[in-house]
Design a protein around this ligand. Structure first.
Ligand code: ADP
Ligand code: MG
Ligand code: MG
Length: 210
């Protein structure tokens, strides 16, 4: 059931995983970036959870919108505006939907979020970014739901697709963001944003499956 409570649980679980994996995200970003991805996202998601705690009786779209605006406000660097855009577009897609708890509405919302990240960051899949995890996850979710799978199985497939996409960034040469400044030397490392995007999808599989 994907209601405001479940979406709040999603954001909380993402924040928990980011906090837990903060050092690993930073380690990945120290190899091909500026070693701040763990700190950036941990700061932003901690603030997002605090903002949700302070906000009472919000609907599904408002939960995602508060998360978005908090991330945009509190995270410097590339990932803040990109994750902010993801949540903002997802919120927009849920706004006014007659039954936002319909799994298809969730799939449309995350697809809108993905499209927002593409529009904002002008990256493509294969550029060694968060899109390499988010894109396959959205595809797997759509495919599983179209095949009539229940939401928990569909989200499990999405989480697996995200992890596979994350792992597949390792040999790639970065074409967007800070890592692209390294050129060929960016190969041989997993992209930090693909790693955090995998946590986002894993959090959805945990929090939204019930
Ligand atoms: P910064 O690079 O500004 O320090 P972060 O370290 O927080 O920001 O985030 C880096 C991550 O952002 C990268 O690993 C990559 O996945 C993602 N990223 C960077 N630029 C783009 C882009 N144009 N489109 C999509 N994702 C991007
Ligand atoms: Mg960085
Ligand atoms: Mg930075």
């Amino acid at each position: 059931m994907v209601d405001a409570e479940a979406l709040t649980a999603w954001v909380r679980e993402f924040a928990r995983l980011v906090h837990e994996q903060r050092d690993e995200l930073t380690r990945l970003d120290s190899a091909i970036g500026d070693a701040d991805h763990g700190a950036n996202l941990d700061r932003g998601m901690t603030a997002a959870v605090a903002a949700l705690d302070a906000q009472s009786a919000a609907g599904p779209a408002a939960v995602l919108k508060t998360t978005a605006t908090t991330l945009i406000k509190t995270v410097g660097g590339a990932s803040g505006p990109l994750y902010g855009t993801f949540f903002l577009r997802a919120a927009g897609a849920l706004d006014g939907v007659p039954d936002p708890t319909d799994p298809a509405a969730l799939a449309r919302a995350v697809r809108a979020g993905l499209d927002g990240v593409v529009a904002r960051g002008k990256a493509e899949r294969g550029d060694k970014t968060m899109l390499d995890a988010l894109g396959p996850a959205c595809d797997a979710l759509d495919e599983a739901l179209a095949a009539g799978k229940p939401l928990d199985e569909a989200l499990g497939a999405a989480a697996q697709a995200a992890a596979d996409g994350r792992d597949a960034t390792e040999p790639l040469v970065a074409r967007k963001g800070r890592a692209s400044y390294l050129g060929e030397r960016s190969a041989g490392h997993v992209d930090p944003g693909a790693a955090s995007a995998t946590l986002l999808v894993q959090a959805a599989a945990t929090a939204l499956a019930g």
